[in-house]
Design a binder for this molecule. Structure first.
Ligand SMILES: [Mn+2]
Length: 262
């Protein structure tokens, strides 16, 4: 049984940072980091999430490596919830690879527990047992370092690396899970799927062509570019409505924690 103290002792938190104000308001304000219970290493100026995260992996020996966005707030007690989730998973699967807070289950249904400020709503809700997943949201990625997994240095930019690390784990014969480790994603609404997103999507579609179609939390990977075009059109069409509905990401994330209960 892993206690909260054990979890703290062998855990490293890693973040790719490009805005220190957002970092200070969210991740740095989390109790486990504020009280130095777990060490945080920030990587600035990286060309891609993979580059920042692999450097983080190279510079830690911790058993549990948590990759968190700069705009994520980890509520008080979060590490204890993670320790409990790891214990639940290791009771049947000591070789687990990745745990996320939100993702898609084996039937393609969304599963997890989080608050999204960009969507101004809670995603999912409380659940007991961790659920096997085929793809997780990038805002929190927990990696079992013993899995030997790394992020693909060829995946460009800052999108779809949650899907990629899970598909890589599955290709290596390991399982990934979504657990009830709720966090606040103090995000801005998605602006579009052009540019960096499009580059990552095309890379992923080509890399995983033998597994298509692949669900993701944004645009599913398919044999043609049609899903991407359709999603870009839908985002454009709903832009005003989505921006109007979005929460204010400069809010103290502690105010959103109440929405995680129940
Ligand atoms: Mn984010």
């Amino acid at each position: 049984m892993i206690t909260e103290a054990d979890a703290f002792a062998d855990m490293q938190i890693i973040a790719a940072v490009n805005d220190d104000e957002i970092l200070a308001r969210n991740l740095l304000a989390s109790k486990i980091i504020r009280d130095s219970m777990v060490d945080l290493k920030c990587y600035r100026g990286a060309a891609s999430a993979s580059q920042a995260y692999n450097q983080g992996l190279d510079e830690t020996t911790a058993r549990i490596v948590v990759f968190a966005h700069q705009d994520v707030f980890l509520p008080d007690g979060w590490a204890g919830q993670l320790a409990r989730a790891i214990a639940q998973i290791e009771a049947s699967d000591p070789d687990w690879a990745v745990i996320g807070a939100f993702g898609v289950d084996l039937q393609g249904r969304p599963v997890g527990h989080a608050w999204s400020t960009g969507l101004a709503r809670r995603l999912g809700g409380q659940f007991d047992q961790p659920v096997e997943t085929t793809c997780i949201d990038e805002f929190v990625i927990v990696l079992n370092r013993a899995s030997g997994l790394r992020f693909d240095p060829a995946l460009p930019g800052f999108h779809l690396y949650g899907t990629d690390i899970v598909l890589s784990a599955m290709a290596a014969g390991r399982k990934c899970y979504v657990a009830d480790i709720p966090a606040i994603h103090n995000s801005r609404p998605v602006h579009g799927y052009a540019g960096g997103y499009s580059d990552a999507w095309h890379f992923m579609r080509s890399k995983w062509q033998d597994r298509l179609p692949v669900p993701t939390l944004t645009v599913p990977l398919g044999r043609t570019a049609w899903p991407l075009l359709r999603s870009r059109f839908k985002l454009w069409r709903t832009r005003a409505q989505r921006l109007a509905r979005a929460g204010d990401p400069t809010t103290d994330p502690q105010e959103f924690v109440q929405h995680l209960a129940g």
